[in-house]
Design a protein around this ligand. Structure first.
Ligand code: NAD
Ligand code: LMR
Length: 328
């Protein structure tokens, strides 16, 4: 039997937590022979509900669950963790943009960054889901200077999955035919789902979907606005699909990327593609199972460059706003 991976999940009693924990516990995230030690973090008012979630995990009798530690003490919660999944924070309501949450949620990530630096395992990796996730990740990273920059991630995989689903539907093919979809920039309404480099059945998506006006218009705006469409329809923000994207993100970072393909996750910019350094922004990424890299040489045409510039500009403004708030 392998030794357990220790995983912290914040906001464990929330909507996403309720889908995510059972996927982690069943082996979907780390594989069918990998035990997990769960450290479940909530704020005090969420602890009673978290107690109920723990009862349900117990009642699944999952063979891979090594231990469960529910806590509202973040030092205790991040103790020895190999993966920290930062979900806990307030979701937006209809009519809000994700960055409207910066004032409310930003300060959560200063304390969590510090607690991760102090308590986590030396190989800790951190995925921020709570919105606005790119800039919350920037805040946590800047408050955990001892944790190297290549360990910090913010989630844009849900956007990639949404983009693949839209392209597949338009082309009339199964979603598994769609590959090489990169999300550039912010997990926000400025993100750029790059269809120019996407492939459908191994061919350029633009050769399969011969409707560039749709690709440049409705496709992009549907992906950018999908979160808002779900809030409108459900009355609350995406949860099961978000949890699924968390599983996909961690799996993609911990298993080799299929040859020729890439996935999307926001990482600390090293200046690739001329993007401002040290902001957390989504790129096409490859992994060999333990190390990841930004895929270089992906063609960026004038249309794409304009879209990338706009989303990077928004991230710079978010960074400046949290600097002003004293969070970084
Ligand atoms: P939710 O309100 O159902 O649950 C959030 C939970 O976090 C609550 O139980 C709350 O008590 C807890 N919480 C709040 N502050 C906390 C703190 N400081 N420490 C620990 N726990 C805390 O919300 P949800 O639907 O689960 O969404 C969580 C976040 O994820 C939101 O910010 C949402 O916008 C974001 N989200 C991101 C993506 C993405 O693609 N990046 C997708 C969906 C949702
Ligand atoms: C999403 O993309 O569904 C989440 O970020 C929630 C939101 O506020 O849109």
């Amino acid at each position: 039997m392998k030794s357990p991976i220790t995983v912290a999940v914040t906001g464990a009693a929330g909507q996403i937590g309720y889908s995510l924990l059972f996927r982690i516990a069943s082996g979907s995230m780390f594989g069918p022979d990998q035990p997990v030690a769960l450290r479940l973090i909530e704020i005090e008012p969420g602890m009673a509900a978290l107690g109920g979630v723990v009862m349900e995990i117990d009642d699944c009798a999952f063979p891979l669950v090594h231990s469960i530690t529910p806590t509202s003490d973040i030092n205790e919660g991040f103790k020895g963790v190999n993966w920290a999944l930062l979900v806990g924070s307030v979701p937006r309501k209809a009519g809000m943009e994700r960055k409207d949450l910066l004032n409310i949620n930003g300060k959560i990530f200063t304390g969590q960054g510090q607690a991760i630096a102090k308590n986590a395992a030396s190989d800790v990796r951190v995925l921020v889901v709570g919105n606005p996730c790119n800039t919350n990740c920037l805040i946590a990273m800047n408050n955990a200077k001892d944790v190297p920059a290549d360990r910090w991630f913010a989630m844009t995989r849900l956007d990639e999955n949404r983009a693949k689903s839209q392209l597949a539907a338009k082309a009339g093919v199964h979603v598994s035919e769609v590959s090489n979809v990169a999300i550039w920039g912010n997990h926000s309404a400025t993100q750029y789902p790059d269809f120019y480099n996407a492939k459908i059945g191994g061919k350029a998506a633009t050769d399969v979907i011969k409707d560039e006006a749709w690709l440049q218009g409705e496709f992009i705006s549907t992906v950018q606005q999908r979160g808002a469409a779900i809030i409108k329809a459900r009355g609350s923000s995406s949860a099961a699909s978000a949890a699924n994207a968390v599983v996909d993100t961690v799996r993609s970072l911990t298993t080799p990327t299929p040859a020729g393909d890439w996935t999307s996750v926001a990482v600390c910019s090293d200046g690739s593609y001329g993007v401002e350094k040290d902001i957390i922004t989504s790129f096409p990424i490859r992994s060999n199972g333990s190390k990841w890299e930004i895929v270089q040489g992906v063609p960026v045409n004038e249309f794409s460059q304009g879209k990338i510039n706009a989303t990077i500009q928004e991230l710079k403004e978010e960074r400046d706003a949290v600097k002003e708030l004293g969070l970084i």
